[in-house]
Write a protein that binds this ligand. Structure first.
Ligand SMILES: C[S@@+](CC[C@H](N)C(=O)[O-])C[C@H]1O[C@@H](n2cnc3c(N)ncnc32)[C@H](O)[C@@H]1O
Length: 212
């Protein structure tokens, strides 16, 4: 029996195209993106954000995490939001935006350092080739973690997004080594088709100088 040829141009529906309950809620609440509910859940579970904190938000555009952070840290806090693309919202006075590539920026990232919290929701432009996407996600995560290790206060917190893949155990081990506790969270707002998770390091360890 010969198999019927596949119909040309027939594609699977794009699961990201249709606004879901989170997209609708974000729009109603005036947030730039549905991603805000991922950070909200992480924050509710781990109690990360409060008034007066200094926060770095890597991969901040279109801006919903930064909006949420500004609400939580209040006027006495400081937020530096960084992205290659511009934000789609205007942040209140405690928030500053810097447009650039987090893979190559240097001292610009230290504007409000040392930080209490470093966040990274950075994601590569996906190619539809899973392995490549995962490798690029790993690079962004690894860079965010290095920035966090350089700029966090002792006791500080790191939250980084990564696409689950082969390098995951290595990533988790690196975080475990540098923080008191490591948690891996997949908030409910993460779409079913997505393989992203958030690795959270709580309590940046203080580097102890080697003894003689
Ligand atoms: C999922 S979006 C972030 C959504 C954001 N947290 C929000 O709530 O609006 C991922 C972002 O990572 C950014 N990004 C990816 N690679 C980057 C890089 N090398 N430097 C800075 N931003 C980067 C993209 O431009 C994109 O805006």
């Amino acid at each position: 029996m010969t198999r019927a040829p596949k119909r040309a141009g027939r594609q699977r529906p794009n699961p990201y195209a249709k606004p879901d309950v989170y997209a609708t809620r974000a729009k109603e609440a005036g947030y730039a993106a549905r991603s805000v509910f991922k950070l909200e859940e992480i924050d509710h579970r781990l109690r990360l954000l409060k008034g007066g904190l200094h926060v770095l938000d890597l991969g901040a555009a279109p801006g919903s995490w930064s909006q949420y952070v500004c609400e939580k840290i209040g006027a006495s806090g400081r937020l530096l939001a960084v992205d290659r693309s511009p934000l789609r919202v205007t942040l209140p006075r405690q928030g500053t935006f810097f447009q650039g590539d987090a893979l190559t920026l240097g001292t610009e990232l230290a504007q409000h350092a040392p930080y209490d919290v470093v966040l990274s929701d950075m994601a590569p432009d996906t190619m539809g080739h899973r392995q490549t996407d995962k490798i690029r996600s790993f690079e962004l995560f690894d860079r965010a973690l290095d920035v966090a290790l350089a700029l966090l206060k002792p006791g500080g917190v790191f939250v980084g997004k990564i696409f689950m893949g082969g390098q995951f155990p290595e990533v988790k081990e690196k975080v475990r080594h540098q923080f008191d506790t490591v948690r891996v969270l997949r908030p409910e707002a993460v779409r079913g088709v997505s393989y992203e998770v958030f690795v959270v390091g709580v309590g940046r360890k203080v580097a102890v100088p080697p003894s003689d």
